[in-house]
Every structure is written in structure tokens, then in C-alpha cells.
Write a protein that binds this ligand. Structure first.
Ligand code: COA
Length: 254
């Protein structure tokens, strides 16, 4: 397991923490592989009923690591498949997934939330998907799921324009259930998971399956986006946006 992905289990709940504080939880391919493997364990273990995904104080995730993107952009090599392994698992998750978001939720830090069953966010969280600004396109099936969940206009502002949503915006949009102070985020996410874990598991599974519905179209859209995303990573637009991010301090200083 990658050193930046930590797991612990108690009382039917597996907690998965993304823990790369110095990089605001930017996600590397090794971290995606760690997330996928943690989810595999949670889904396979008969005693685990709920998964909780957490970040670090102030940062749920700053999105995909841009140095990883830049490497693909410059080398022309194919992107690592680990991100898709993670996405497949969260899209098709057979058990409830709760997220506790404190602070930044950027890129995949926001799109993964669309696949969770319950999201608790701190009052200072910020949701943003600057895909187009980076010369790339939405991922995680979000181009299908976001308009379905939050309506075309809000999905366009989020996914195409990169407009930021506050915690209250996200609650009104419908993909955040509850807003709490930062200090209470983990306790609340675990309490929600505890409530889910305490319910009759068979009825919970059947109800959740009915509520989520068939997800094969979302999986297919995720794969379609992945092809397009892979092409975009090698575009001049993307390369110059990644370089601008890497060089932003030099530019600001000059
Ligand atoms: N990829 C790689 N490194 C990242 C990163 C990312 N997505 N997000 C943050 N980091 C790194 C920064 O390079 C910096 O590293 P350094 O200290 O070695 O220079 C460190 O994390 C802290 O980030 P910093 O930019 O100094 O913090 P900030 O509070 O000023 O800004 C963000 C935080 C997240 C707003 C800003 O870093 C950012 O815009 N990141 C890119 C987000 C993004 O576009 N993600 C991809 C979406 S598809």
C-alpha cells in the first residue's frame, strides 16, 4: 500500500485516509493504486459494511498530481491505469461510501464525491474542477453524472467553466448532505457511517442498489472520457497549462 494511503477498520467501518499533506493531497498514480486496493479489501471483507474516505485538515484533495500529468504530456507515454482502477471501484462500489471533506476538493477531489452515498463537508470547503483551464476534460463519468445530479447549468459552470462552489453551493446542488465546522468533520463522517453500519445490512444493500440504479452507463462514460482525456494530456493546450502551474512561482516573482 502506498505510504500516503492509510486505512483502519473498526465496528464495520473501514476508514481510508489520503494523507499527503505537503502536496495538499494531490493524488499520484501510486495513491490511486493504494485507494483501489483499499476499496478491494473493504468490499471483500464480510465484516466491513461502510467505507469512509477522508483527507487531511484543509485538503480533501488538490486533484490529480500535475507533475504526473506533465510527465505523460512530455514523454508521450500512456497514463497509468491506476486512476481508472480506482474509478471503476468507486463507480461500482457494492457498499456505502461516506466522504468527509475538509477544505479543498479539486478535480477528482470533487468528481469522486458524485459517486459517494453521503458527503459531509466543512463550512470552509471549496469544490472546483478546473479541467478546461488545464486543457483537459472532465473525468470519473462526471460529464454524465454531474448534469444528472445537479442540472445542466450548474454542471456546465462547474465542469466547463471551472467555477468554484462553496460548501453551501454544493449542499444546494445536492452532492453535499451536511455542513459542519472543520473540527467536527471526521467525527461526523464516522457517526454517519456508524448509523449506516447499524442498520439491517441486507435491507440496506437492496435499498442502496435500488436508489443508485444501474451504473453501467456511467462506467462506459468514464472509459470514453478516459480515452479523450489521454489524448488531451498530449495536447499543446494541456502541456502549456501544466508548465504554467509548475512555473507559477517563478512567474509571480519576476
Ligand atoms: N499537483 C501537484 N502538486 C500540487 C498540486 C497538484 N494538483 N496541488 C498542490 N500541489 C503542491 C504545490 O506544487 C506545492 O508544492 P511545493 O510546496 O513543493 O511547491 C504544495 O502542493 C502546496 O501547494 P500551494 O500551491 O503552495 O498551496 P496553495 O494553498 O497556495 O494552493 C491549490 C493550493 C490546491 C489551490 C493550488 O496548489 C492548485 O491550484 N493546485 C492545482 C490544483 C489542480 O489544478 N488540480 C488538478 C485538477 S484536474
Amino acid at each position: 500500500m502506498d505510504e500516503h494511503i492509510e486505512t483502519s477498520s473498526a465496528d464495520g467501518i473501514m476508514t481510508i485516509r489520503m494523507n499527503r499533506l505537503d502536496k495538499k493531497n494531490a493524488l499520484t498514480s501510486a495513491m490511486y493504486a493504494g485507494l483501489a486496493s483499499a476499496l478491494d479489501k473493504a468490499f471483500a471483507h464480510k465484516d466491513i459494511r461502510v467505507v469512509v474516505i477522508l483527507g487531511v485538515p484543509g485538503s480533501f484533495s488538490a486533484g490529480n498530481d500535475i507533475t504526473d500529468f506533465l510527465q505523460v504530456a512530455m514523454s508521450g507515454k500512456r497514463e497509468s491505469m491506476a486512476v481508472f482502477d480506482f474509478l471503476e471501484r468507486i463507480i461500482m462500489a457494492p457498499k456505502p461510501v461516506v466522504a468527509g471533506v475538509d477544505g479543498l476538493a479539486i478535480g477528482i477531489g470533487t468528481t469522486m464525491l458524485l459517486h459517494c452515498d453521503y458527503v459531509v463537508a466543512s463550512d470552509d470547503s471549496l469544490f472546483r474542477t478546473p479541467f478546461v483551464d488545464l486543457g483537459v476534460i472532465p473525468e470519473a463519468g462526471s460529464s454524465l453524472l454531474a448534469p444528472r445530479l445537479i442540472g445542466h447549468h450548474r454542471a456546465f459552470a462547474l465542469l466547463a467553466m471551472g467555477e468554484a462552489l462553496s460548501a453551501e453551493d454544493a449542499r444546494q446542488a445536492g452532492f453535499v448532505n451536511r455542513i459542519v465546522p472543520s473540527a467536527d468533520i471526521e467525527e461526523t463522517a464516522l457517526a454517519v457511517a456508524g448509523d449506516i453500519a447499524a442498520k439491517p445490512p441486507e435491507a440496506m444493500t437492496i435499498t442502496r442498489d435500488l436508489v443508485r440504479g444501474d451504473r453501467t452507463d456511467i462506467l462506459a462514460r468514464m472509459r470514453e472520457e478516459a480515452e479523450l482525456f489521454g489524448e488531451r494530456l498530449k495536447s499543446a493546450e494541456a502541456r502549456s497549462a501544466f508548465l504554467a502551474f509548475m512555473n507559477r512561482r517563478d512567474t509571480a516573482a519576476s
